[in-house]
Design a protein around this ligand. Sequence first.
Ligand SMILES: [Zn+2]
Length: 139
Amino acid sequence: MDVFLLIVFWIGLCAAVGIYADKKGRSGAGFFFLAFMLSPIIGGLIALAASPDKAELDRRALREGMRKCPQCAEFVRADAHRCRYCGSELQVLQPKSTHSGELAVTPKERRKYDIIWWTAVALIIVIVWASFLIRTWLH
Ligand SMILES: [Zn+2]
């Protein structure tokens, strides 16, 4: 039972590392695996050291319907009239226009890749659960 709790704690820490990496625009599931294999401490340190993936964060902002302020290059809501960072007036655009262009192609591929990772993460959790259940049934 104690070993099982340790594994749950371990996976929880790995998930925290993955979420942190995901916030930085990095692959959350990839960092989950890294933490899972090398220990959450090492995975966490690598996630801390990793520089934010600015391009990926930009793509996410565009995917969420944000657009770039022409004055300060910060992301603001597509329907904003005034930039919340620099206060400059913004032209109101149709949100659709921010989704076109080359940036719209990559996230789909990235998403497919992420789904594979998360399936593997789910599999590990299921295997851990199953091994715990089998052990308790055998005793
Ligand atoms: Zn601005």
